[in-house]
Design a protein around this ligand. Structure first.
Ligand SMILES: [Zn+2]
Length: 394
């Protein structure tokens, strides 16, 4: 009898706990188009969020009494945007910058580079709720050119000790190609990173630098080359090695009307175009190389994800990258590369990249149908990160 009472009490407490969770954190989105991200589209469906995760994603309605319900008629829900290489760090403008990223639809950011300590501080500020911001994956930097293999190995271990999982900002000399010293250090870094369980990413902007990185065993490439044509054979070698690559496709393409309304082409930092493009052949050829090489990589089977390698304005930067991607990729391709491919690049496929049951509730809800054109991805109405509405722009 005593046992039965104890059991009944435990069950009551457990159910009260569940009710409390339901009220505190849960959310239902109904009447919406759902782009799952795995190729499936639900034309009219519902998403149930419980405890920050996707509890159900299905066609038709959802009857969950007592839970905040959002009618998203005429809108599309899709996986939260991930930029797998963006330059962020802590600093006096972090609050404003992080909110701008959320407003544009970014729910996860892999920081593009060091200093690692600043990235960790930024992550900490967001996780403690001091500021709102996307999920930050911190990274660090190891010097390639002015280093020794021993010091580089020690630096990898130091970063791993800080909790860093990605080494970000390392660049190989594009032409005539990487120096012997860069390659020697890179091989030591790749070897040490495997022991430490962290990932190495390389900026290789010419095909020869990229293939040198491949030969050195690098698992991730921040750029598609913009300094020469990528052959289909080389792209197939990248794919066969399981190396993942980011877009950074808007790099060579000018922006208009962002920094001044004077119809002058500018680089995305506001400096004159094409003069301020680094490592290229001039006259903006980089814009062509990037786009064509991107399609070559994709067709060869490379896991090609989304990254911008910039600190450029989040919304203008999103538009710029999407516009350029759209030259070579359909909206279906763009959704795959932004969602599952980018989640794969940041090694979070089990939690992000698609709207499937059990994953984190990171959702962007835009007006209209995302499949109609990239411009609809700029029409953000609601952004949800881990089940929490971060901006409501309805
Ligand atoms: Zn970078």
């Amino acid at each position: 009898m005593k046992r039965a009472i104890a059991f009944g009490l435990a069950a009551l407490l457990w159910s009260l706990g569940s009710v409390w969770n339901l009220v505190a954190q849960d959310l239902v989105i109904t009447n919406t188009r759902i782009i799952v991200g795995n190729g499936n589209v639900i034309n009219q469906g519902s998403i149930v969020i419980r405890g920050g995760k996707l509890a159900a994603v299905s066609a038709g309605g959802a009857n969950v009494p007592g839970v905040q319900t959002i009618d998203a008629h005429g809108m599309t829900a899709m996986p939260g945007f991930i930029d797998a290489h963006r330059h962020v760090n802590t600093g006096p403008n972090e609050k404003e910058q992080m909110q701008q990223l959320l407003d544009a639809g970014y729910t996860t950011i892999l920081s593009g580079g060091g200093p690692a300590e600043g990235n960790l501080t930024l992550k900490d500020h967001i996780e403690k709720g001091m500021i709102k911001g996307p999920r930050i994956i911190p990274s660090g930097r190891v010097d390639l050119a002015n280093n020794t293999p021993e010091k580089a190995r020690a630096e990898v271990q130091r970063l791993a000790g800080l909790g860093i999982k990605f080494i970000g900002e390392m660049a190989l000399t594009p032409k005539p190609g990487p120096t012997a010293k860069e390659i020697e250090n890179l091989k030591a870094i790749v070897d040490e990173s495997k022991k430490a369980g962290i990932w190495v990413q390389i900026h290789a902007v010419s095909p020869q630098a990229m293939m040198a990185a491949v030969d050195a065993g690098v698992p991730k490439l921040v750029h598609t080359p913009h300094f020469g044509w990528l052959s289909f054979e080389d792209a197939k070698r990248v794919a066969a090695a399981g190396i993942k690559q980011l877009s950074t496709i808007g790099f060579g393409v000018p922006v208009f009307g962002v920094f001044a309304n004077d119809n002058k082409p500018r680089f995305r930092d506001g400096q004159p175009w094409p003069d301020s493009i680094l490592d290229g052949e001039g006259r903006g050829r980089e814009a062509g190389y990037k786009a064509v090489n991107a399609r070559t990589s994709w067709d060869a089977g490379v896991i090609y994800g989304y990254g911008t390698d910039t600190g450029y304005l989040p919304k203008a930067g999103l538009e710029h990258e999407l516009k350029t991607l759209n030259l070579m990729f359909s909206m279906q391709d763009i959704i795959k590369l932004m969602g599952p491919n980018t989640a794969s690049y940041i090694e979070m496929s089990d939690q992000l990249g698609t709207l499937e049951t059990g994953k984190l509730a990171d959702i962007v809800i835009v007006n209209g149908n995302s499949l109609d054109g990239y411009w609809n991805l700029l029409n953000t109405k609601l952004v949800i990160k881990g089940g929490v509405i971060v901006p409501d722009q309805r």
